[in-house]
Design a protein around this ligand. Structure first.
Ligand code: PHE
Length: 534
């Protein structure tokens, strides 16, 4: 069809030189084509295509025409209400007059109602006895004729006044129409052969490019719609874990600093400066800049002292303190670095300093300052307020990569600070947390962390894998870590950490971590991965 119309336009131009009005175009076998509204839209498509090749140029002409409403259409076909009323009645003196009730039965109640008034006004009908009869022997149903005229021409010869009357009676509505005048363009020809869209090597070598016509670039084209973004499976599991923490009243810690100092990543956590985890084989160090800004001075001194000489009931490590080691910059090896700096901030009021934690960040939406729905009072007047904090973010380790290890991965971490917390509280928190992740059967195994005592490895019986899997690590932070921060002795802080990758792999049935993260990931797989609900 499109081809045929293009050909028709070109042939007409060839014959007549120009087309003054596209409504005069008639396709063979489609006599009505050009005059209707829809056909001008089809013609416009053909004109645009030809104009883009400079074969023609066209100008648009606007018209206002009218079309019939459904009611108008019915009148054009069956006559006006008044004419139908008139036709239903006997001529005067020639039959029994029709009562209004009978009329309703004959022509329908609506036509009877509307038609009677107008028929009386036109003196087409009159009353006789208790009924109605024809007065006029013949009638001219102007409304019907006008509507028929509008239907076939889009307008009325008699002019705008009559059109306005029909519009008022809601029998016709205006419709904007278009038609076009067409001239030959500079590439005019009667051949609709498709122009080239690309310059090819073949065309260059054969010289065909010299005589080819090329399609113009359409810089207005909208292009192929892009796919919507999709969350990576890790992010879906992260969201689910985040919801679990939020349900339990935890607030999310800021964890945007991937680069930390040895001080915050290790020293503040009472990890000895000689600990193997701090060696280059295990930790990525920065060469430029290589030295951190100084940590808070007094706190730094207390940390250095507890390492070298002990205190708070501890003997310390009795090894010389190295400022150089402490100030090294590195990619954080665990999110506990962020927990440490958050805890240090939380202890500000205990140190008698101004509390710089953002209320929103730490407490308000976490319910951390509320317990059992009541505002937590600082009854001991030591500045302490309890907190429940969590984070889910990326950490980095200088590992040899294999099917289950990457050099960067995600940790999930929960921290609870309150007075007189016990190991049972920690286990209780973890039971609630892991139950929400669908793991009810837990076992805890004594373990060692430099910063927690006691420390517990967490094992869960995996209902799908049907075996015990190690899922995380936990413990009660040591006084050597908490007291230099300024926390009173009776403040106990729990922590537990789990990886994000392992539960995600189990969830999605992925066995090689490289098909979850890295360049081997299938984008399609990411797009199609379902949401996670534990
Ligand atoms: N930081 C520990 C790890 O990397 C997890 C942990 C967090 C342990 C808090 C105890 C307390 O495995």
């Amino acid at each position: 069809m499109a081809e045929a119309i293009q050909q028709l336009i070109l042939n007409t131009l060839d014959k007549n030189g120009s087309i003054k009005d596209t409504r005069t175009l008639t396709l063979p076998g489609q006599s009505e084509l050009a005059s209707t509204h829809d056909s001008q839209i089809i013609i416009l498509g053909a004109l645009n295509s030809l104009q883009s090749r400079d074969m023609i140029s066209y100008t648009t002409q606007e018209t206002i025409s009218h079309v019939l409403t459904p009611e108008g259409g019915s009148i054009a076909l069956n006559g006006s209400h008044e004419a139908r009323v008139w036709a239903a009645l006997p001529a005067q003196g020639e039959g029994t007059p029709v009562t209004p009730k009978e009329l309703e039965k004959k022509v329908g109640s609506e036509t009877a109602k509307i038609g009677q008034g107008r028929a009386f006004k036109n003196k087409w009908i009159g009353k006789q006895d208790a009924g109605l009869v024809k007065l006029a022997p013949t009638i001219n149903d102007v409304t019907q004729h006008e509507l028929q005229e509008v239907d076939s021409t889009g307008t009325l010869k008699s002019g705008e006044k009559a059109l306005a009357e029909l519009r008022k009676r809601k029998l016709i509505v205006q419709r904007k129409g278009q038609w076009f005048t067409v001239e030959k363009g500079k590439n005019f020809s009667t051949s609709t052969a498709k122009p080239e869209t690309d310059l090819t090597v073949d065309m260059l070598t054969s010289g065909a490019w010299k005589t080819s016509t090329f399609k113009k670039y359409n810089f207005e084209a909208e292009g192929i719609p892009t796919n919507g973004g999709a969350f990576h499976p890790l992010m879906k599991v992260r969201e689910e874990i985040r919801n679990i923490f939020l349900e339990m009243g935890f607030a999310e810690m800021p964890t945007s600093s991937f680069v930390e100092s040895g001080f915050w990543c290790f020293d503040s956590l009472f990890v000895p400066q000689q600990h193997p985890a701090r060696e280059v084989q295990d930790t990525f160090y920065l060469s430029d800049p290589s030295r951190s800004l100084p940590p808070p001075e007094d706190y730094y001194k207390r940390v250095a002292k507890v390492h070298e000489f002990g205190g708070y009931g501890s003997t310390g490590y009795r090894a010389p303190w190295s400022d150089k080691e402490s100030r090294k910059l590195l990619l954080r090896t665990h999110t506990t670095a962020s927990s440490a700096s958050m805890l240090y901030k939380l202890a500000a009021r205990c140190r008698g300093e101004k509390d710089e934690t953002d209320e929103d960040e730490l407490a308000t939406h976490s319910g951390a300052t509320k317990r059992n729905g009541k505002e937590e009072k600082d009854t001991a007047n030591d500045g302490f307020r309890p907190a429940k904090l969590f984070s889910v973010d990326r950490v980095f380790r200088n590992e040899t990569m294999d099917a289950t290890h990457l050099a960067e991965f995600h940790q999930v971490e929960g921290v609870v600070a309150d007075k007189d917390l016990t190991l049972a509280d920690l286990i209780g928190f973890m039971r609630v947390f892991f139950k929400k992740m669908g793991l009810e059967n837990l076992r805890f195994k004594p373990a060692y962390n430099p910063y927690t005592e006691p420390s517990l490895e967490i094992f869960a019986f995996h209902p799908e894998l049907k075996k015990w899997v190690e899922i995380g690590n936990s413990g009660m932070f040591r006084p050597e870590m908490l007291e230099p921060m300024g926390f009173p002795k009776d403040v106990h802080v729990h922590g537990w950490g789990i990886g994000l990758e392992r539960p995600t792999m189990i969830r999605y049935g992925i066995t090689n971590i490289r098909s979850l993260v890295g360049h081997k990931v299938s984008i399609e797989g990411v797009e199609k991965s379902p949401a996670v609900r534990f």
